[in-house]
Write a protein that binds this ligand. Structure first.
Ligand code: PNS
Length: 162
């Protein structure tokens, strides 16, 4: 069985992430979406909130599961008996960081292969940070994230608004 892991912070999940899940799940028998619980960062959404959002978004995808992890990605991958990491590449600016991560993970575990999926043009500018920046200042971000989480993001920045 070919198991792949699509890891990330998903704070919040964007349309770019969802597109990669759709495409990644076709490449493997089982895709594990791995949500990083980064103890060094103060996220907008708790790890449980991020997992719940992703579970809801992937509920009709039979070969996709969602799990969270702390610590090293290679340990998470081993726990799921996976050998493939799927990551998205948007622009050249992503490349240096992604190359370093892929080479580091390979050094830590020689069984692991990282596969990069090129982001669709319409999502190539998109990131969770950009969504948060726009949402924070009341801008229009509705077309950048799955509809089901628009309200959740708005509530984080303005709990009194409907
Ligand atoms: O969505 P992100 O924030 O770009 O995802 C980054 C992620 C979660 C893939 C990366 O930070 C990660 O794998 N963190 C776990 C720690 C780890 O394994 N570090 C060594 C490899 S660089």
């Amino acid at each position: 069985m070919r198991v792949g892991v699509y890891p990330g912070s998903f704070d919040p999940t964007t349309n770019g992430h969802l597109d990669l899940i759709h495409r990644g799940m076709k490449l493997v028998d089982k895709l594990v979406v791995g949500v990083l619980n980064n103890t060094n960062k103060q996220p907008l959404f708790s790890v449980q909130e991020r997992v719940t959002v992703l579970e809801e978004l992937t509920k009709d995808m039979p070969n996709v599961i969602v799990d969270s992890f702390t610590g090293l990605l290679v340990d998470f991958i081993k726990r799921h008996n996976a050998h493939i990491i799927i990551r998205g590449l948007r622009a050249v600016s992503d490349f240096e960081y992604e190359l370093q991560m892929a080479q580091t993970n390979y050094t830590l575990d020689r069984e692991i292969e990282t596969i990069f999926l090129v982001t669709r043009v319409e999502n190539s500018y998109l990131s969770s940070s950009i969504v948060k920046d726009i949402a924070k200042f009341g801008g229009h971000f509705e077309n950048m994230v799955p509809e089901s989480i628009v309200k959740k993001i708005k509530y984080k920045y303005n709990p009194s608004a409907n």
